[in-house]
Design a binder for this molecule. Structure first.
Ligand SMILES: [Zn+2]
Ligand SMILES: [Zn+2]
Length: 244
């Protein structure tokens, strides 16, 4: 499995980084088949890396904040204008279908009602229930983050590898099964001090030995976290990539 952090940043452009967007490809294919999260800046990141958005088959959403799902209206309209024909599956929290329709109408009025050459199939997470999507399977674990709908960490398995991702959350022991034996755990490292709803570096350092992932890489860092001592951590950046 090839994992690329198309966007590695938080909601606010900290460090000049794009919002969260993680591309996943089976190792024998260059073009990613799936995205995990699709922040508002995702099309910019995909184009920088030469990824064709019309060939993305599946988008998995951890939660319904704009820096994690706000890129969907742009990706759908881009597909409409550039004659996408293959269907798109969106797997997200309960409420994804209505939030997506609202986002489409706020940003581009009328866009939720147009005829397209492709269908968008929205499916919703059921906590800890694994769903098979082509060559991947996705298991969501509900976490602690306020987004107007449940928020999840996800575990993506396929091509003989496991990629785990915390999404946004304060520490919860529910992250232990998410990261269990994962080849890669992309983990929020938002803050250098403890705050509600997000992971902070001291808490994560204290829990590190309990996490059994083979590799932990930080993502979604605030200005303050980027300015702190990160020498003990591996940190993703826009365009960072790993084969697992
Ligand atoms: Zn976020
Ligand atoms: Zn969030």
């Amino acid at each position: 499995m090839q994992v690329t952090t198309v966007g590695s940043g938080d909601a606010f452009g900290s460090g000049g980084r794009l919002q969260t967007c993680i591309a996943i490809a089976a190792t024998d294919r260059q073009q990613p088949a799936a995205l995990v999260d699709c922040g508002t800046t995702s099309l910019v990141g995909l184009r920088r890396l030469g990824v064709e958005p019309n060939l993305i088959e599946t988008i998995v959403l951890t939660h319904l904040h704009g820096d994690h799902f706000g890129g969907l209206p742009f990706l759908m309209l881009d597909g409409q204008f550039r004659r996408r024909t293959s269907d798109l599956t969106v797997l997200g929290p309960p409420g994804t279908a209505s939030r997506l329709q609202t986002a489409l109408e706020v940003l581009f009025p009328g866009s939720s009602r147009v005829q397209r050459r492709f269908q968008v199939h929205v499916q919703e997470h059921v906590d800890r229930q694994t769903r098979r999507l082509g060559w991947m399977s996705v298991t969501p674990f509900e976490v602690r983050h306020s987004a107007g709908a449940p928020s999840y960490a996800v575990r993506v398995e396929g091509a003989g590898a496991v990629m785990a991702y915390s999404g946004d959350t304060e520490w919860t022991d529910d992250l232990l099964p998410v990261a269990d034996q994962a080849d890669l755990f992309l983990c929020e490292g938002y803050s250098p001090v403890r705050i509600p709803w997000h992971l902070d570096l001291p808490t994560l350092a204290g829990q590190r030995t309990r996490l059994t992932c083979r590799r932990l890489v930080l993502i979604h860092l605030s200005h303050a976290a980027l300015d702190s001592d990160l020498s003990d951590w591996e940190v993703a950046h826009d365009g960072w990539s790993a084969t697992i």
